[in-house]
Design a protein around this ligand. Structure first.
Ligand code: KQY
Length: 364
């Protein structure tokens, strides 16, 4: 394994779309008691269901701390590899490597990670163990790595079509806690060089109340080139409406890197999901402060699904919108099985199924 000082674009490597074939998937076992209620017991069960669903069609590796190793090994089926690795929390999407390919070989990209905003508006401190994971995982998989540790970016803040287009949000990438010394054009240039894209679509916002500064992976996702799903509500009085409508307007007037117009499928959100008193009582405090308050709205969206080789693993919330969302994804992914996982216990941590998974593209 070596660190490469050029860029993926210079070397003919690019980030493939999530719907392209995978070698496997990386996840991290949850345990942090100020993220996951009641010590993470229910979250671990939900993570196991996600891992099991993904493992039906691709290799899954779950990283677990020394403390949780035994639990992870006992709870996960034998076909899932468990590797002891320390982290601060469990968001593989955000700090496992972003893998790029040249159609044969793959390499990792290490972005800097500062817990979604560092000391400005980050969500925990420290984040040093998370920030080392991309390197450790490139070592584990014996893949060379581009090191862009001085540029803050989480994997959940980008989506690509594998054909030159990246979608992101201004709310996140231009936030003060990430790269305040860089202009929008400089940030875009990093995306073009390290994802090897030629067009970046800047949505303004994401999901209302999304504590990541509104990651794109909760609001909009490619289902194929020039075709996306967009989290939607028909309720004009819901603060989500204006955010989703603004995304729709941008996607309607934009074209992708190949000049194609977008087909946008509205994926209607569940009715607002709020955290209960009981759930809050199960969360540890952080610096003597509660991490959630009873009644707080959580950033629930069906767009936060993971596309595995043979499946789409999607969140269910116990809402009337669950089944229509499943039906739409079944129509859009006719060759994959849509597998729902009841994901409230993941949502309480601040993300969902896409946020806790990171795909590794197929390599030769
Ligand atoms: O990518 C994500 N959605 C992670 C959110 C982390 C929140 C920490 N509580």
């Amino acid at each position: 394994m070596k660190i490469i000082s050029s860029t993926p674009k210079a070397d003919g490597f690019y980030m493939p779309a999530e719907f392209a074939p995978h070698y496997g998937c990386i996840m991290i076992f949850p345990e942090r008691p100020d993220s996951w209620q009641f010590g993470g017991y229910a979250a671990r069960k939900a993570f196991v269901q996600v891992a099991e669903a993904v493992s039906r069609s691709e290799r899954v590796t779950v990283c677990a701390s020394q403390k949780q190793y035994e639990n992870a090994r006992r709870m996960l089926p034998d076909n899932i590899r468990v590797v002891e690795m320390s982290s601060n929390d469990s968001w593989a999407r955000d700090y496992a490597p972003t893998f790029v390919t040249n159609g044969g070989e793959i390499r990792g990209v290490n972005w800097g990670f500062n817990a979604w905003g560092g000391l400005e508006d980050g969500l925990y401190f420290p984040w040093d163990l998370d920030n080392k994971m991309a390197r450790k995982l490139c070592d584990l998989y014996n893949k060379d790595m581009y090191d862009l540790g001085n540029f803050i970016l989480e994997g959940g803040s980008i989506h690509v079509d594998g054909e030159g287009t990246c979608i992101t949000t201004e709310a996140c990438l231009l936030s003060r806690g990430r790269n305040p010394m860089l202009t929008k054009a400089e940030i875009e240039n990093y995306l073009c060089e390290y994802l090897n894209v030629t067009k970046v679509i800047w949505l303004k916002n994401g999901i209302y109340g999304d504590e990541t500064n509104e990651h794109v992976d909760n609001i909009c996702a490619f289902v194929k080139p020039s075709e996306v799903v967009l989290a939607w509500t028909d309720d004009e009085n819901d603060p989500q409406y204006a955010l989703s409508k603004s995304c729709l307007d941008i996607l309607t007037r934009e074209t992708d890197a190949k000049g194609r117009e977008f087909t946008v499928h509205k994926l209607r959100c569940p009715k607002p999901v709020t955290i209960t008193d009981e759930e809050c009582s199960g969360l540890d405090t952080m610096n003597f402060q509660p991490t959630r308050t009873p009644g707080e709205r959580l950033a629930a969206s069906y767009v936060n699904f993971y596309i595995a080789n043979g499946a789409v693993v999607m969140p269910f919330f116990g809402d009337r919108a669950d089944e229509p969302a499943r039906e739409l994804l079944e129509t859009l992914f006719p060759e994959r099985e849509v597998i729902p996982v009841y994901a409230r216990d993941i949502l309480i941590g601040g993300g969902n199924i896409h946020c806790i998974t990171q795909q590794i593209p197929l390599f030769k």
